[in-house]
Design a binder for this molecule. Structure first.
Ligand code: PXL
Length: 270
């Protein structure tokens, strides 16, 4: 049986579970073939007080040349934290050169949370991301990223009406389906999906704490489940459950990420 071949483009943080150290195990455990384009190599994620970062752009050019000669094609592209804005042009070239028939582009903008940009990013990164999401079939922003992309002031404890307004503004920038993640409402947490002008919702139990790296677990699991089933509601449900179960398996919060390994180890395969 052939599994779907996904190319994921994001950084490799050597310490602190996020980006590739999450994407690889989650994609594999959920039954898709994971290929990687590491966009940057960091000593650790940028929520620790210090980090180093090597931009992989020069080597990525070499990698892409060889891939072209080998005629590689991918069934889907999944992008997360890239590291620098110049990598977005490279991503666009990848979509052009390496798409198998019907390949979809799934982008987690992965540049901010809690109303703020991550430390390595600035307005130019947001500006370039606005352009990149035009190439996407599905985007997975949180409310912070949706606000930056749509030019809306972020609101803490935002209402569903405010969140829907932001989504509609964002939809003027891209034809992609918008899956807004980490939405909190009536003691639950979930996603708002905006597709063909209509909203739908996936809710699950909200846990008392938020942990670093959970956005990457969600995006990875969503991507794997979506490319297999093409069922977006199911993909949200499976991804949300993996995040919730990983948080339940983690205590206390130590900044290194959540214990998704425990959950993957016990996952029921379909
Ligand atoms: O989880 C998103 C992420 C990915 N990669 C790096 C990060 C972060 C969030 O802080 O710093 C390097």
């Amino acid at each position: 049986m052939l599994s779907k071949r996904i190319l994921t483009m994001q950084d490799l943080s050597c310490v602190g579970q996020c980006s590739l150290t999450v994407a690889l195990p989650v994609l594999s455990a959920l039954g898709v073939e994971a290929c990687v384009l590491p966009t940057a190599i960091l000593s650790n994620h940028t929520m620790f007080k210090k980090w180093s970062c090597l931009d992989m752009t020069p080597e990525i050019k070499n990698i892409m040349d060889v891939w072209e000669e080998n005629d590689f094609k991918f069934d889907a592209f999944y992008l997360g934290y890239l590291g620098s804005a110049s990598l977005m042009d490279i991503a666009k070239q990848c979509f052009k050169k390496f798409s198998a028939d019907g390949a979809e582009v799934i982008i987690d903008p992965a540049f901010g949370d809690n109303g703020k940009l991550y430390p390595a990013f600035d307005e130019n990164y947001v500006h370039c991301m606005k352009d990149l999401i035009k190439c996407a079939d599905i985007i997975l922003p949180n409310l912070t990223e949706a606000c930056f992309l749509s030019g809306t002031d972020y609101e803490h404890d935002a209402s569903i009406e405010f969140t829907q307004k932001v989504i509609k503004k964002l939809a003027t920038l891209t034809n992609a389906v918008i899956v807004l993640t980490g939405v909190e409402c009536n003691g639950e947490i979930g996603e708002i999906i905006y597709r063909d002008g209509k909203f739908s919702y996936v809710w699950d139990e909200k846990l008392p704490k938020r942990y670093h790296g959970t956005g990457d677990i969600f995006a990875s699991a969503f991507t794997a489940e979506y490319v297999k089933s093409k069922d977006m509601q199911k993909a949200c449900f499976v991804a949300g459950r993996l995040v919730g179960d990983s948080i339940r398996a983690t205590s206390p919060d130590h900044g290194y990420g959540v214990n998704f390994e425990y959950v993957l180890n016990n996952i029921k395969r379909n």
